[in-house]
Design a protein. Structure first.
Ligand code: BEZ
Ligand code: FE
Length: 281
């Protein structure tokens, strides 16, 4: 059988007719149709095809448990943020979600309200506080707040050779829904760009920078998990985030304070959870 053009595409789509689930068939059929349409649209050459295969091979080869190059690729192509948008349709009162990123680590240290979680990380001290609320503005007591962020040099603890975690912890909100901890003032930093994703960015005339932010993941029974950041107002990279994660509602002021001869910062941001019923899947 000489399959060409649309006949080839339809034959590949039909090859999934016996799929183990309807969803699998739907996803694979659409994937094949879009891949073929893409190759036709750009008139993909064989050289380009082999370059792409080599790129994906190297993306796999550089990946480890802590270096997630495929996640990074999805991030810089905007696929992560597209999926975040599709998966988190919730009321406007709820805090918007953004990209998870590759630097979350299971099993962070437990902190008490007001603890310093910087654990010696370089940077200006920063008091981070707020409430976890529901969409009616009522406090959620006992919500689990996970937080992680980079230091003043733009590195997460997992990117450094350290004995213990820095700027990373989980804590529970009190009866009024408060969370509060000391960390360091976040700075803008480049996503890892010494691998295939870095090549892609440079070839596209793009930069690797992310605007300064603090990561949060908040969970509470009956509520949808919130994965988000709080971004620092005034950061020069807010409009050119390498992973397209910025949302206006997630930008907050980091206020400078002078205490005798010491400088510190503070930021206050309420995290509003939607119930599972309020979240459309
Ligand atoms: C981050 O914010 O930690 C991050 C997100 C996406 C790609 C790289 C880093
Ligand atoms: Fe980050």
């Amino acid at each position: 059988m000489d399959l060409q053009g649309d006949d080839l595409t339809e034959a590949v789509v039909a090859s999934f007719d016996g799929s183990e689930s309807d969803r699998y068939k739907t996803v694979m059929s659409a994937l094949v149709r879009h891949l073929h349409a893409f190759a036709r649209e750009v008139e993909l050459t064989e050289d380009e095809y082999f370059t792409a295969i080599d790129f994906l091979t190297r993306t796999g080869q550089i990946s480890t448990g802590t270096r997630q190059e495929f996640v990074l690729l999805a991030d810089v192509l905007g696929l992560s943020m597209l999926t975040v948008g599709l998966g988190n349709r919730k009321p406007p009162e709820a805090t918007q979600s953004t990209v998870f990123g590759p630097f979350f680590v299971e099993g962070s240290p437990e902190a008490q309200l007001g603890d310093d979680i910087a654990n010696g990380a370089p940077g200006q001290p920063c008091l981070v506080s707020g409430k976890v609320l529901n969409t009616k503005g009522e406090p959620i007591a006992g919500a689990l707040v996970e937080t992680w962020q980079a230091d003043e040099d733009g590195f997460y603890d997992v990117q450094k050779d350290l004995d213990g975690p820095q700027n990373r912890a989980h804590l529970a909100t009190d009866a009024e829904g408060n969370y509060r901890f000391w960390a360091v003032k976040p700075v803008a930093y480049p996503i890892p760009d010494d691998g295939p994703v870095g090549e892609l960015l440079r070839a596209g005339g793009r930069g690797p920078m992310r605007p300064a932010h603090i990561h949060f993941m908040v969970t509470a029974p009956g509520y949808s998990r919130l994965i988000t950041h709080v971004f620092a107002a005034g950061d020069e990279y807010l409009d050119t985030d390498a992973v397209f994660g910025v949302k206006q509602s997630l930008i907050a002021d980091f206020t400078e304070h002078q205490d005798d001869d010491k400088t510190y910062y503070s930021v206050e941001y309420d995290l509003v959870l939607a119930t599972t019923e309020e979240t459309q899947q």
